[in-house]
Design a protein around this ligand. Structure first.
Ligand code: AMP
Ligand code: MG
Length: 354
């Protein structure tokens, strides 16, 4: 199959609408189309068609027990796929939709088991990206769309990343340029009494608490999958977002972190070793490739670059990757969550843990 590329660059409004209509026609016929959202690129198809969900899993090489997020373009779409739309869901939708928040709710039976991985809940989101909203509207169906990468690879933040992984396996890509946020949506589970944060993202825990009061946090976010604990979002179980090399995070006081990383780097060949850092510390390292993820003063710029940085590790055939730690109460929570997963939760603490 040849994957068609629809570039949205410098199009008139009419040309843009025509391109979207062509892609919507592909979706109506049971095809799958990658499209930009404000978080990462998604691989979309008709969520009401079991065969389409199976095509999405096959193209990504994704295990079919890892359910897909269903994307809608208006509140009517929410009632089409969710059986119980709770007060919390309505309040969160009013505050954050369209935007990078996914809610888990009890599902309606119109959704096949293939889309929800056999669960009785559905993950649903209304994205804010103009092309995403246009595509969902023109398709006339809720669109199931996981991130448009091969399973296990970092999520795509540009159409080029999608093509690297999926060219020849999907019908089309809408190229809307680089995405805005660069990390997948926040996921909040509203299917039981207390909301539970399943995946951190641009919408932080504190922002959600302001709207719905106290929330819990899936314990596997911090501890990893150990001692028989299973994450409630099945996808969080898999080693994810990962480059091929062996990755370790070094956490602690800045001077100690730099010293420890330089010591670790000196044990390997310079051309197979890389450090992930920021502008603040980039000159402190030597004897390896030093990759900079923006500045700590601007977490959004770090988030935007994270997956390109992780993908670049494979381009340069890096075998040993050492990353600094970027934990914070804001977007740093999501950045660290993705880095921890990329590193398979391998962390060296160079000072007392608190
Ligand atoms: P992706 O679309 O690649 O960003 O991944 C979607 C994430 O949402 C995965 O981690 C899924 O396991 C999770 N997810 C989707 N549906 C549900 C659901 N009904 N309950 C819990 N997690 C879900
Ligand atoms: Mg994904």
């Amino acid at each position: 199959m040849k994957t068609k590329v629809f570039s949205m660059k410098e199009l008139t409004e009419q040309q843009e609408r025509d391109a979207i209509d062509t892609c919507a026609a592909i979706i109506k016929k049971g095809g799958i189309v990658a499209f930009p959202t404000e978080t990462v690129y998604g691989l979309g198809g008709n969520s009401l068609d079991a065969a389409v969900s199976n095509r999405i899993y096959a193209a990504k090489g994704r295990p079919s027990d890892n359910p897909l997020i269903v994307h809608i373009c208006d509140m009517k779409g929410l009632y089409e796929v969710a059986e119980e739309v709770t007060d919390a869901a309505i309040k969160l939708a009013e505050r954050f939709w369209p935007g990078p928040l996914t809610m888990i709710l009890k599902k309606k039976n119109v959704l096949p088991d293939e889309t929800t991985g056999g669960l009785d809940t559905v993950a649903v989101r209304m994205p804010s990206h103009k092309n995403a909203l246009m595509l969902i509207k023109a398709s006339g169906v809720p669109i199931a769309a996981p991130s448009a990468n091969s399973s296990g690879k970092p999520s795509p933040t540009k159409a080029e990343h999608v093509l690297e992984d999926l060219a020849g396996k999907i019908d089309a890509v809408i190229d809307g340029g680089a995405v805005d946020i660069g990390l997948e949506s926040t996921i909040i589970d509203l299917s039981s009494d207390v909301p539970v944060l399943l995946r951190p993202g641009f919408i932080t825990a504190d922002m959600i608490k302001e709207v719905v009061g106290d929330i819990e946090r899936d314990p596997t976010l911090d501890e990893g999958v150990c001692g028989g604990m299973k994450p409630k979002a099945p996808g969080m179980m898999y080693r994810h977002y990962a480059p091929n090399g062996d990755m370790v995070i070094v956490s602690g006081d800045t001077d100690n972190v730099i010293e420890k990383i330089n010591e670790l780097v000196s044990e390997h060949n310079p051309w197979e070793t890389a450090v992930i850092t920021t502008e603040e510390n980039k000159d402190a390292y030597s004897g390896c490739r030093v990759v900079c993820m923006g500045t700590r003063q601007d977490e959004q710029s770090m988030a935007r670059q994270l997956y390109s940085v992780l993908r670049s590790m494979d381009e340069y055939n890096i075998k040993y990757i050492y990353a600094e730690s970027f934990k914070s109460d804001k977007l740093g929570d999501a950045i660290m969550n993705r880095l921890l997963k990329a590193a398979g939760h391998k962390v060296i603490y160079v000072e007392r843990r608190y």
